[in-house]
Design a protein around this ligand. Structure first.
Ligand code: AG3
Length: 281
């Protein structure tokens, strides 16, 4: 009988992966990092026992958090990824030639080094792109102290347990609001609402005072089990989220990037929220 990895993120629901072999393991005192090979999802990275990335389905999550806000905005030049030490979000952002700056603020230097070495296909060169700037720092502190303004902030975090917890506080959202350009957008992974409904409610309440537009969109990521994942959306402008289908399609046609999940139709559809998600806000 083979080996299995069991993820125990929820008290009443677990998922298991057949493991071909464990590849690497590291613990720098901040988080427990494990990488293993699976027959079904390729390489799987866990932090403190929770699945963060699989090479099989990471494209869905990374494409949706990068391309939806970039095409909605239409002229993103400056970007900041908070978390995202695997480099997958940078990879998707940097596909857009108009992007001039991609700052990565990651609290755990070991995650960046680990992923750069053992999962290079995820970053696919993004760490060495001249537009990339890697800052090893606590995202909460960075956003409180920086004088920079961004057109896009992507909060590519873990769940609100462990070092990523501060990235779900009102204080952090308030600083993100301060660091946005007028049409700028903040997006984040906001959990699986069927199982983590309070994350949607809490984020909505904590952002409402600081942005003109607070909403959510969705993506279906197989290894983030439990149905749709909620992706948070906040901006000082109502325009980006309400751009017409024609405008989104025209922007995609004028400046296309290679995708496997994102399409202009998916873009528009992802803002349609199931009733049980609407009822959380
Ligand atoms: N970080 C998001 C992991 C979320 C898992 N949570 C969950 N299944 N409820 C992904 C990092 C990829 N760059």
């Amino acid at each position: 009988t083979g080996q299995w990895f069991r993820e125990e993120l929820y008290p009443h629901w677990r998922q298991s992966f057949a493991v071909t072999r464990e590849l690497y393991r590291a613990d720098d005192g901040l988080q427990d990092i494990v990488l293993f090979e699976t027959p079904g999802f390729g390489r799987v990275l866990t932090l403190d026992g929770v699945i963060q990335v699989t090479t099989g389905d990471e494209f869905i999550y990374h494409e949706m958090l990068a391309h939806v806000p970039i095409y909605a905005h239409g002229a993103v030049k400056t970007t900041c990824v908070v978390g995202g030490g695997d480099g997958g979000m940078l990879r998707e952002i940097l596909k857009h030639q108009a992007i001039q700056q991609a700052v990565l603020v990651e609290i755990d230097a070991a995650v960046v080094e680990f992923c750069r070495t053992h999962m290079p296909s995820v970053s696919d060169g993004a760490f060495d792109d001249p537009r990339t700037e890697i800052v090893i720092a606590d995202g909460l502190r960075y956003m409180a102290e920086t004088e920079r303004k961004f057109d896009l902030i992507v909060i590519d975090s873990t769940d609100p347990i462990g070092p990523g917890g501060v990235l779900f506080t009102e204080a952090f959202y308030k600083d993100c609001a301060r660091c946005l350009t007028p049409d700028g957008i903040v997006v984040n992974q906001n959990g699986v609402p069927f199982l983590q409904g309070e994350e949607v409610t809490d984020t909505w309440r904590r952002r409402r005072p600081h942005f003109a537009d607070v909403s959510f969109y969705t993506a279906a990521v197989p290894t983030y089990v439990g149905g749709l994942m909620a992706l948070g959306w906040a901006s000082h402008s109502l325009r980006p989220r309400h751009e017409s289908s024609d405008t989104i399609a025209a922007r995609f046609q004028a400046a296309p990037v290679a995708t496997r999940y994102y399409t202009p139709d998916i873009h528009k559809a992802s803002f349609a929220l199931p009733k049980y998600v609407q009822d959380l806000i």
